[in-house]
Design a protein around this ligand. Sequence first.
Ligand SMILES: CC(C)(COP(=O)(O)OP(=O)(O)OC[C@H]1O[C@@H](n2cnc3c(N)ncnc32)[C@H](O)[C@@H]1OP(=O)(O)O)[C@@H](O)C(=O)NCCC(=O)NCCS
Length: 239
Amino acid sequence: MSQILVAWLLADRARADVLAAAHDGLDDEERARAARFANASTLRDFVLGRWLMRSELAKWTGALAAGWRFPLDAHGRPIPRHRDRTAPDTPSINLSHGGGLVAVVVASDGPVGIDVESVDRELPSRRLDRFLSQEEHAALAGLEPLARRERFWRIWTLKEALLKARGTGIAGGLASIAFGFDHADRPCILRRDGADDDAVEWRLVECRPTETTRLSIACGGIGAMHGEVRVERRTAAMD
Ligand SMILES: CC(C)(COP(=O)(O)OP(=O)(O)OC[C@H]1O[C@@H](n2cnc3c(N)ncnc32)[C@H](O)[C@@H]1OP(=O)(O)O)[C@@H](O)C(=O)NCCC(=O)NCCS
């Protein structure tokens, strides 16, 4: 059975010493990337994201935080590697920043993806059928504006979490996956077109870390179906 952990913090409440440690902990490539961010909050979120991944992996594995590196795969997904550990021991990890939060999901095995978004905002002004499957589009059409907005952001975070777990990111095709909700309002996958991982079972978990945010995770593999999911706010890192 997998163990799954979601850890999150509020970026604008990160303690000064945490931010300083986060900057100090960047490797050369990350430093070069950080230097290219023009926007201060984007830079802060990036730096805190790397810090949160390092500190959660250190707690999880016991391997020094400073030893973690995150080379990117062909789709841009950071893959955790430790200078003193071998890959088979390494848990899966994924990161999201949104709605003022920085959040990571760690899983003992199987692919994982996470997405967090602010939900107190209007739907994207661009055509929704670019993002939604036909089924999702039809289900939204019958809803009142507030319920529609709520449903859209739930679907959106679920989609991104699943596409990130599969490793393709949005290039995997937002409209190629259709989500629905069962009689108990639990999310489920109605359809996946062209997926080369159809054999993989996905567990979907949603939570609302703050009033204005929605967070979803997707965890793959048989072990993930029944594993415990802990959601923890990293209060000690915040003022
Ligand atoms: C990853 C992606 C879904 C980002 O979504 P987002 O809601 O804007 O941002 P989030 O904060 O939730 O996630 C960003 C994090 O996801 C991770 N990530 C990046 N690419 C990823 C991928 N292919 N799969 C899984 N995780 C990925 C990174 O940790 C990134 O944070 P970092 O840049 O600080 O390292 C999106 O940018 C994407 O799909 N990228 C892949 C490339 C792609 O498909 N490009 C198509 C251009 S049309």
